[in-house]
Design a protein around this ligand. Structure first.
Ligand code: GDP
Length: 337
């Protein structure tokens, strides 16, 4: 199991203290509560559950925004600029960001300060980095819980960033209200390393770096993507994804992106789509958790651990079919319960 930031060495508080602190919007305690729900230590599980339970009735009141794109597209620069725009509109913003120390970009490791420079200095924003290395592009099993804790702490806009590497997009898509894909002009989807299906998942496409020499190409790309998306059926909830351009460095285009998010929310909330989407996600979350917990328990089981090498060998040698081996191991596990 992956242990994060030596959480096993830190003393814990009583559940009541975490709950009170989070609900009061205390940043230090919020961070500690996040560390607690991120912990994979057996001894932390009950406490984490209590804390979440105590916060549940104060959750759900935020705009959950997922942002993805390949490394170098400008995610952190964009979140910095868009985040500042949101703060100026009085949003209470929390960003669950990919930890720079675990992400390689252009062959160099970006320092903390170069990512989201303004936002990280602004006391109004709360930024929580999560490691990209050992997890799914910065999305962990506990990202959903972290969203809930941030909501309980009073944040009404939550940005979840993920590195565009594939699986992580599906995970983030399943936990946000709006899924935004950042793109570059002048390179096809494949060249950009965008996995098939990601474009179809997006509620909005934004072509970044629409500035200087790149401006014309960005506008051209916008028209092309608009045409291409027109051919696709409207995605979830009958929403036809929009294509916009922006510059995160100037910055420009932030208002338009904000308007798109508001238009989406208005449309979704006019009917029952907003709520239905959240309900669907909650059901999915429970099912995903069941699978995760079962997987954990299965592989931690002593009997399974004893037998696994033997089965591995026989599967590798072609003595048993992998499906048969899997079924035998599961039978063994269930008998041992
Ligand atoms: P990330 O890996 O997706 O988080 O990308 P970064 O935010 O680190 O940006 C990668 C590089 O692109 C950096 O050198 C940024 O300064 C640059 N960049 C990001 N957004 C823009 C933009 O809108 N215009 C221009 N010209 N450069 C940008």
């Amino acid at each position: 199991p992956i242990l994060n930031d030596h959480s096993e060495l830190k003393p814990r508080r009583p559940a009541e203290e975490y709950i009170k602190g989070v609900l009061a919007g205390n940043r230090v305690i919020l961070s500690q509560a996040i560390t607690l729900v991120e912990s994979r230590l057996e001894s932390d599980q009950d406490l984490a559950e209590l804390v979440l339970a105590g916060c549940m009735s104060h959750t759900g009141n935020s705009y959950r925004l997922g942002i993805t794109g390949v490394p170098g597209v400008g995610k952190s620069t964009f979140i910095n600029a868009f985040g500042m725009h949101l703060l100026d509109q009085n949003a209470k913003l929390a960003v669950l960001a990919v930890d720079p120390s675990s992400q390689r970009t252009h062959g160099s490791i970006l320092g903390d300060k170069t990512r989201m420079a303004d936002l990280s200095l602004d006391k109004r924003a709360f930024i929580r980095p999560s490691p990209a290395k050992e997890t799914l592009g910065g999305v962990t099993r506990s990202t959903r819980e972290t969203i809930l804790l941030c909501e309980a702490a009073g944040f009404n806009t939550i940005i979840v960033e993920t590195v565009g590497v594939g699986q992580s997009e599906t995970a983030v898509h399943s936990m946000v209200d709006f899924f935004l894909l950042l793109m570059l002009s002048g390179a096809g989807d494949e060249l950009q390393g965008i996995k098939k299906g990601i474009v179809e998942m997006a509620d909005g496409l934004v072509i970044n770096k629409a500035d200087g020499e790149n401006l014309l190409a960005a506008n051209k790309a916008q028209v092309e993507y608009q045409k291409a998306l027109h051919l696709l059926a409207p995605n979830r909830n009958n929403w036809s994804p929009m294509v916009l351009t922006c510059s995160s460095t100037l910055p420009s285009g932030m208002e338009e992106i904000h308007s798109m998010l508001e238009a989406y929310k208005t449309k979704m909330q006019t009917g029952s789509d907003w709520k239905e989407n959240r309900k669907r996600q909650a059901r999915q979350w429970m099912r995903d958790t069941i699978l995760n917990l079962l997987e954990d328990k299965f592989f931690k089981d002593k009997g399974v651990q004893n037998q696994l090498p033997e089965f591995d060998e026989q599967v590798v040698q072609g003595v048993i079919a992998p499906t048969s081996a899997a079924k035998s191991l599961i039978r063994l596990y269930l008998q041992g319960l």
